[in-house]
Design a protein around this ligand. Structure first.
Ligand SMILES: [Zn+2]
Length: 401
């Protein structure tokens, strides 16, 4: 049934009913202090749509970026696999583009920029999070505390000149106005400059049933086809793509601000793979929604039954934790372990489960540990090798060992 009030944010097509919906969910990163006032005004539905025309997978609800990002509870350098990712990305940039200048929007604590600086690249960044830019500036990086818009172009050009690579990781798809970012990039790029984004990949969302990443800040999940549609509509060409393990599956997309540039073989191959798995078909996502609902029920039933006779904790106060605990109403989980000082000693929003540093886990080890940050399970188990209880991962399939 067509729900004519909702149109595709990218191509304007009227959307069918949501393929997946959760009611009254808190913002996934809103890890409050126990004393913070709580208002149900801060709970919003999550409605997933999949556009049958351009292939875009998107959330209907768009929360103001100022609410989501001005005070941000995520810093890259607390996650070692992400630090490794950005080290490798810096090497990839040197090998493939050899840029003199790089500008990164949504640069977070400056992890990528630092790696590039040590290789002699002139770097500059921007990030909207007031609290996180301080970390980058403490490293001596030049970071503007703003969104990347054409208004910043003069300032950037004056400071480091035309930019060979404008890049953004895990932020482009969070923005309700990606065209403003493309316009800003076009206005600072050098003659042969390119724009490179790293975004969560719809193919991995589908394969690994990652409904738990569909929180409000992840407004859009791109396939290569849907992001190509966006670039083409603005006069750009996608020229290369790399499939990455980051965040349980992402793509790095390289685009030129000129039309009709020849794509690499990797672009053609991934577009063909998407076609054969029907990644951009509406029905694919209707099926995804049904599978996600079944997995939520299964994990809720199994963990609830275990918690009747055992002590159950969770590991990783990520956005995924907020999603699982609220979708399954896991008020039977005693504690959530997380090593980030931006999260520990706070609570998971709405279910109000206390977040503790890992040393609390050593003091009173629980019987079962649900790894809510299941995409980092290998690293977590290696770090907590001493733990004698049983681990649980809820995705890509439910596992207890
Ligand atoms: Zn569309």
């Amino acid at each position: 049934m067509a729900n004519n009030s909702v149109v595709c944010r990218q191509c304007g097509q009227a959307q069918n009913d949501p393929v997946f919906r959760l009611e009254a969910m808190p913002l996934a990163g809103a890890f409050q202090k126990p004393s913070d006032p709580v208002s149900s005004d801060n709970y919003f539905p999550i409605s997933l749509h999949a556009c049958g025309r351009c292939g875009l997978v998107q959330l209907e609800e768009s929360i103001s970026p100022d609410v989501l990002f001005r005070n941000y509870s995520f810093s890259t350098n607390t996650i070692s696999s992400l630090v490794t990712h950005f080290s490798e990305y810096a090497d990839w940039l040197i090998t493939n583009r050899n840029p003199s200048t790089v500008f990164e929007f949504g640069c977070n604590d400056g992890t990528l920029l630092k790696f590039l600086r040590t290789k002699g690249v002139k770097v500059m960044g921007a990030d909207a999070a007031n609290n996180i830019v301080d970390f980058a500036r403490a490293e001596g990086l030049d970071v503007i505390n703003e969104y990347f818009t054409v208004d910043l172009a003069d300032e950037i050009l004056k400071k480091i000149g035309p930019i060979d690579v404008v890049t953004g990781s895990n932020c482009f798809a969070h923005n309700p106005d990606p065209i403003a970012i493309l316009d800003a990039a076009r206005s600072v790029l050098s003659d042969d400059g390119v724009f490179i984004v790293e975004v969560m990949y719809a193919g991995d969302l589908l394969k690994k049933l990652q409904w738990d990443t569909l929180y409000h800040e992840h407004l859009t999940v791109f396939s290569l086809q849907s992001i190509s549609w966006l670039f083409r509509s603005q006069g750009w060409s996608v020229v290369d793509v790399v499939h990455l393990p980051m965040h349980a599956g992402s793509i790095r997309v390289v685009a030129s601000p000129k039309l009709d540039q020849k794509p690499s073989a990797a672009v053609d191959a991934l577009l063909a793979a998407e076609k054969s798995m029907r990644l951009n078909a509406h029905q694919t996502w209707v099926d995804f929604g049904a599978r996600a609902r079944r997995q939520i029920s299964l994990v809720a039933d199994v963990t609830n039954a275990l918690a009747q006779k055992n002590r159950l904790w969770a590991y990783g106060a990520s956005g995924r934790a907020t999603m699982w605990m609220n979708a399954c109403n896991m008020d039977y989980i005693e504690r959530v372990v997380d090593s980030s000082p931006l999260r520990a000693e706070r609570v998971v929003p709405k279910v109000n489960i206390p977040i503790v540093f890992p040393d609390e886990m050593r003091k009173t080890p629980p019987d079962y540990m649900l790894i809510t940050a299941w995409n980092y399970a290998a690293g977590i188990c290696a770090k907590e090798y001493w733990y004698q209880g049983r681990w649980i991962t809820p995705l890509p399939e439910l596992k207890i060992w």
